[in-house]
Design a protein around this ligand. Structure first.
Ligand code: ADP
Ligand code: ZN
Ligand code: ZN
Length: 743
């Protein structure tokens, strides 16, 4: 038998994950040794025996073979949660093309240094009279520091240690002398940084009685779970149909069996309003994870999950890796959301990864959406997922009425404003009736770029191939790298004075709204007004309370809160996302419009929406008008099948980045040649390499090469081969390569 070596990590909860040690797998253990397995090894001079985990296996020794020690034992007792997460990391590394380290860092909860920072307090131990006497003595002797500390302690009894050394400027030696005198005591408080507990005012409520349709959906899901190989379930249900109520019933069922639940919600929808429903229903066994938590808080939450102190974790994509010991269910709400895909290597998709984790750990997966991704719905229709419909809105609230305005026609009538006459009229109407309006801008395209109307020159960032955005503070800013420059008065190319913001950004729209509707109170929500932690929530809450008449915003405003007083939604230019080269452009446009339109009329008054567009005939606009997902899907799937785009085929992107454009071009074309050589058959379609849409970011050039093939595993194998080729090839040393399997 040949020799086998294992890479072993010893401590998985530290940031030193990349430090692995090679051990030999003795022949007798080779059958048992797998990635993820727990092993016993001798460490250092062989004096210490430790537990580690196998994260890699190979036939090659990295150091002289005689210096490599053998693994002592492979643990066979039930795979611990760490082992299972390491196996999941191995799957991610392979499936999405990353190093094992990158995958481990994605999957394992890592202890940040900050965690050791415990709060310490000083408190008085002596009787007050004694202290008062001492204080007099310090005053007499001019012991300023001692006097200050004692005075403060007499006033407060306990003081935070950091406050004493910071604000009061007391040195550690003074504190020490107080302690030695027995005057004060230092207490440590191991406080779990649980942000939920801080909000502790939630009251538990009992479950609602489900409607017959909601009951039926639950029953069908339970049926599926009884089968030997339960499929993922996809609930397609309009907003307001009670999907969340169904989720809660499924969750209770799983909790009753002593198992735990992960609920994924897009970051943007993780509002207090949304999450508090889960707290009210399940109380303290819920933990929330979001990107606003510090590393320490996050680690604590995950530790609690591991110890079984919480049994439901709600969070965005990354919450999928919660180390629950007995995971029973993974729920993914709004499964069509883009944010479930990681933009960083490994570019994993939470939906696919959840299904893989579910299979590995015997947990069920339930997806939910009012407008599922084309891929998921296709799988539902073809039986790979179990598809369930929940198409009645709870209560009597009606769908909003939608009008589409053709902006080309508008122009012919001489109206060059961003508001069509129909929209203007309707906004006036609402303002009179004291109802609220939401105006939605598509972020893409409406970036407020500056161009010359004489020669067409567009002001671009010198470091990135994107246009600069004009801000009211008189600056042009690059949103990719932060580059700033003064706004220009004359075109730098032809000298024409007719240069300026051509399309309006949210700021400009705000100004226009104020001009067109004087007296209206306006709130704006975009990247600039939501820089701080709670801005997003604050603006939405203010609008919900009626502190403004009109809310203007980008994608951000179409999710989250319910606004019962909003009766009109205006979409200023629907097609800007239709113009991108992305094959998902129609899907994205439809999804956005559907969500935007759905914001109107949540209360008991009927809602209305106006969609302004240059392409009123496009099926994504038409289907959004009739709010008919099925109509959209039928057209879209025809297009995907015809063009062989996913789900008709699998696609992957090989993205390259390098500061040297020539080197990058050469390397990328070598990738293509290599793939053609190792897979000369016609069913592999290669597109590119070509510059990315944004071809340069922070002085680094970007190119992309697409692969398309019927079979995803075939693409994964090609990726494996390409990875090996790149690793041994000197020409790739300065090139950063990223694989992306969900383009
Ligand atoms: P979705 O998640 O599909 O958007 P929700 O679960 O949020 O739908 O339900 C929409 C509204 O209807 C919520 O206010 C919810 O409390 C209410 N609702 C849904 N189902 C019921 C029910 N069976 N009994 C009472 N209220 C319900
Ligand atoms: Zn010019
Ligand atoms: Zn830039």
């Amino acid at each position: 038998m040949s020799r086998v070596y294992a890479d072993v990590i010893v401590d998985i909860s530290q940031e030193k994950l990349d430090k692995t040690f090679q051990y030999e797998v003795p022949e007798a253990l080779q059958k048992q040794a797998e990635i993820g397995k727990q092993v016993r090894i001798s460490f250092g001079n062989g004096k210490r025996e430790l537990t580690g985990y196998i994260v890699g296996l190979s036939g090659e020794a990295k150091i002289a073979p005689e210096r490599i020690k053998p693994i002592l034992k492979v643990e066979e007792k039930g795979m611990e949660i760490e082992s299972r997460l390491i196996s999941l990391a191995a799957w991610i590394a392979r499936e999405y093309g990353s190093t094992m380290n990158q995958a481990l860092k994605t999957v394992l909860p890592v202890k940040a240094k900050e965690r050791t920072k415990e709060k310490r307090y000083l408190c008085l131990r002596e009787k007050e009279e004694t202290c008062a006497e001492l204080l007099e003595e310090y005053k007499r002797k001019h012991y300023k520091a001692k006097e200050r500390l004692l005075q403060a302690l007499l006033e407060n009894e306990t003081l935070e240690y950091s406050d004493v050394t910071g604000r009061l400027k007391i040195t550690a030696s003074v504190i020490r002398s107080f302690r030695e005198q027995g005057l004060v005591q230092v207490i440590r408080e191991r406080d779990y940084r649980n942000p939920v507990a801080k909000r502790g005012e939630v009251q538990e409520v009992s479950p609602l009685k489900l409607t017959p349709l909601q009951e039926q959906v639950c029953e069908e899901i339970f049926q599926e779970w009884e089968t030997p190989n339960p499929r993922p379930c996809l609930i397609k249900g309009v907003t307001g149909s009670g999907k969340t109520e169904v989720y809660m019933k499924l969750i209770s069922h799983v909790l009753e069996q002593g198992q735990q639940v992960i609920v994924l919600i897009p970051e943007i929808a993780l509002t207090y309003q949304n999450v508090s429903r889960f707290y009210r229903r399940f109380g303290n066994c819920v933990a929330l994870i979001n990107s606003r938590l510090s590393k320490g808080e996050r680690f604590d939450q995950l530790e609690q999950a591991k110890k079984g102190e919480v049994s439901i974790v709600i969070g965005p994509r990354s919450a999928l890796f919660t180390p629950f010991p007995n995971l029973g269910l993974i729920l993914i709400d709004e499964e069509h959301e883009d944010s479930y895909k990681s933009e960083k290597t490994p570019c994993y998709h939470a939906r696919e990864t959840a299904i893989c984790r579910g299979e590995m750990e015997g947990a069920r997966v339930v997806l939910g959406s009012a407008s599922p991704s084309v891929e998921s719905y296709y799988k539902g229709k073809t039986g790979e997922y179990r598809l369930l419909y929940l198409e009645e809105r709870y209560g009597a609230s009606q769908l909003p009425e939608v009008s589409v305005v053709d902006l080309k026609e508008e122009l012919k009538t001489g109206n060059r404003s961003v508001f069509s006459s129909l929209l203007t009229e309707k906004i006036r109407e609402r303002l009179m009736k004291k109802e609220q309006v939401m105006l939605f801008l598509n972020r893409r395209g409406y970036t407020g770029f500056v161009s010359c109307r004489s020669c067409g020159h567009v002001m671009k960032c010198p470091h990135c191939d994107v246009s600069l955005t004009s801000h009211r503070n008189g600056k042009l800013i690059c949103h990719y790298c932060g580059y700033e420059t003064r706004d220009v008065k004359r075109c730098p190319i032809c000298g024409s004075p007719y240069i300026g913001g051509f399309k309006a950004g949210t700021q400009q729209i705000e100004a226009l709204v104020q001009k067109s509707f004087p007296g209206a109170r306006v709130l704006r929500m975009d990247a600039d007004t939501t820089k701080r932690k709670d801005d997003h929530e604050r603006i939405l809450a203010a609008f919900a309370k009626g502190e403004a008449d009109i809310l203007i915003g980008t994608q951000m405003i179409v999710k989250g809160h319910d606004f019962p007083n909003v009766t009109l939604v205006g979409v200023l230019a629907a097609d800007l996302s239709l113009c991108s080269e992305d094959y998902r452009a129609a899907e994205k446009t439809f999804q956005l419009l559907l969500q935007a339109v759905g914001r109107a009329g949540r209360g008991n008054r009927p809602g209305e929406a106006v969609i302004q567009t240059y392409h009123p005939e496009h099926y994504s606009i038409q289907a959004a008008k009739s709010q008919n997902y099925e109509e959209f899907y039928e057209k879209e799937i025809q297009y995907r099948m015809l063009m062989e785009y996913p789900p008709a085929a699998a696609m992957a992107a090989i993205r390259g980045a390098c500061e040297n454009e020539e080197l990058l071009k050469e390397a990328m074309s070598y990738c293509r040649k290599y793939l053609e050589r190792i897979y000369p058959k016609e069913d592999l379609i290669l597109i590119g390499p070509a510059p990315e849409t944004v071809a340069k970011v922070q002085d680094s050039y970007k190119m992309v090469l697409y692969m398309r093939h019927k079979s995803r595993p075939a693409l994964v194998r090609l990726k494996d081969a390409l990875e090996r080729y790149i690793a041994v090839n000197k020409g790739f040393q300065s090139i950063y390569i990223q694989f992306d399997f969900n383009v």
